[in-house]
Design a protein around this ligand. Structure first.
Ligand code: DNO
Length: 358
């Protein structure tokens, strides 16, 4: 595996490349052109420029998170092909720059969903949290307003104000889209992009829906073992793979995370590792990465990645806000750096135990 950190780019991220370079064992970043709206073509010169900036800082671009998928593609409207053409050309341009991993999601309207961005934990840190009760009580139009005050002045991925301003319209687009239709639209999209992925060896890594169930009655399909198996079989190409995000699949306590990882050998292209603390099955908060701070056995998760020979990028995921840092919720420096160090430690211990036969 390669340890990486997500980086949103100069001007968007409160964390600098220099800081990332100083986290032990982090050699790459997962980045994006944050201001290019979904559906638009990525300018080749901007891809080159961000790559150079990262390399000048002594790191490299390990992958892109995300090239976002336009809603027309997810809904399957007649104009989807023009957006898919742009996606294909963007992938080609990334391939030309020797970038071989792209994370994306196929979630309708909202990307990941949380009901609190700064829940206070007993140690004084603040974390992202979710309760089903809060979602059930909320009008989707008000979802963004309800959390907008806690974004620390940052634009959060998937929660761009332009997108939120169109929530009602987006909901209407999805009126006739159920799980089956969404699967069919995903298949159509994947079949169109696989040729360019094969040509440039680009591994597509679909991010799970977070939380891993339907919110506001919108269809959500990338939620469990059965559905990812279906997704991979329906376009059976090694470039059609997944991002294994423990914090997203883990929202559903029925998902056996290590078993899912083991079943994904060869198709697991990117790993997001984080821990959640459940207060009840429908109330969870994001804990420190350390197993004992949350509900997951992080050793078993990392061990499963090791056992399947995972050699792609891994990144600590959402961190707590600690030590008075002011940053994008989930994406500060300090707790993610602690997470990277912890996962590196687990990996080293597992690797050495294996090599020494203990
Ligand atoms: C949240 C992230 C997601 C993820 C996208 C991938 O913090 O994990 O926004 O990047 O769903 O497209």
């Amino acid at each position: 595996m390669e340890m990486t950190l997500r980086w949103y780019g100069t001007g968007f991220d409160t964390v600098s490349l220099k800081q990332i370079r100083q986290i032990p064992g982090v050699t790459g970043v997962i980045t994006t052109l944050y201001d290019v709206p979904a559906g638009e073509l990525w300018p080749a010169e901007r891809i080159r420029a961000i790559k150079k900036e990262v390399e000048d800082a002594g790191l490299h671009v390990s992958g892109i998170e995300s090239v976002n998928v336009h809603e027309a593609i997810k809904v399957g409207t007649p104009d989807r092909d023009q957006y898919i053409d742009n996606y294909v050309e963007t992938l080609r341009r990334l391939g030309e720059e020797d970038i071989h991993l792209v994370c994306y999601n196929f979630m309708p309207v909202f990307d990941w969903t949380r009901t609190e961005l700064a829940r206070l934990r007993p140690d004084g840190s603040t974390v992202l949290a979710y309760t089903q009760e809060a979602v059930d009580a909320l009008d989707p139009d008000k979802m963004f307003e309800s959390i907008a005050g806690d974004t620390n002045g940052t634009v959060m991925p998937g929660w761009e104000p332009e997108r939120m301003a169109r929530v009602r319209e987006l909901f209407e687009m999805y009126e006739d889209v159920d799980d089956e239709k969404l699967f069919a639209n995903l298949k159509y999209f994947l079949e169109r992009i696989m040729p360019v992925c094969n040509e440039y060896d680009i591994r597509m890594a679909i991010h799970p829906d977070d939380p891993a169930w339907s919110v506001f009655e919108l269809p959500r399909i990338i939620i469990n073992q059965r559905n990812i198996d279906r997704m991979m079989k329906m376009v059976d190409d090694p470039h059609n793979g997944v991002t294994f995000c423990s914090g997203s699949y883990g929202t559903n306590l029925e998902n056996d995370l290590p078993a899912m990882i083991r079943s994904l050998k060869g198709r697991l292209h990117f790993a997001h590792v984080r821990n959640l603390k459940f207060n009840s099955p429908t109330d969870f908060e994001e804990a420190a990465h350390l197993s004992s701070d949350g509900s997951f056995d992080m050793y078993e998760i990392v061990k499963a990645l090791y056992d399947i020979g995972f050699d792609g990028p891994i990144r600590p995921d959402h961190g707590r806000m600690i030590w008075d840092e002011v940053a994008m919720p989930g994406y500060g420096l300090y707790d993610r750096a602690l997470g990277a160090a912890y996962v590196n430690g687990l990996w080293e211990a597992i690797e050495k135990s294996h090599e020494r036969g203990v």
